[in-house]
Design a protein around this ligand. Structure first.
Ligand SMILES: [Zn+2]
Length: 146
């Protein structure tokens, strides 16, 4: 584990848990780009990536680059360290981000919300996805409110 940083959930893996379905997301992440698969039939974004569209069961997708901005849909502040390695990390914020560029069509991202005051962060706060490179193979998305 890397050195603990308050508010930043530590990354314990240096490789993404990827397969052919999710690898395009991680390839783009490593380049600092946010992408999501969009169903070629009905236009629904399927994030996290899945083998089939949950709306129409189509199995073909286009990978679309998104602006990388969004809005906090919901969040929680974790104050109790559930692992000894998290003692110096709490409090940290985890949340669900509505991603701009998805027309409300299914693309939300669960991420650690960083560079914010856990006492004042709020639903509806806007911001951007930041990719933190944690190894040669892996960059993790985090959300930074404005
Ligand atoms: Zn579809």
């Amino acid at each position: 584990m890397t050195e603990a940083q308050r508010g930043v959930y530590p990354v314990m893996l240096d490789k993404p848990y990827a397969d052919e379905i999710t690898q395009p997301f991680w390839d783009a992440a490593l380049e600092g780009r946010l992408t999501a698969p969009r169903c070629t039939r009905c236009g629904t974004f399927v994030l996290p990536p899945a083998p089939f569209c949950f709306n129409c069961q189509n199995d073909a997708f286009d990978w679309v680059e998104l602006p990388g901005t969004g809005t906090i849909y919901t969040f929680t502040v974790v104050r109790h360290p559930l692992h000894p390695g998290l003692t110096d990390v709490v409090p940290y914020v985890s949340g669900v981000i509505d991603l701009d560029g998805t027309q409300g069509a299914g693309a939300r991202l669960i991420v650690n919300i960083v560079e914010c005051d856990p006492e004042t962060v709020a639903i509806g706060d806007k911001g951007r996805i930041r990719f933190d490179k944690v190894s040669d193979a892996y960059a993790v998305p985090r959300f930074v409110p404005r």
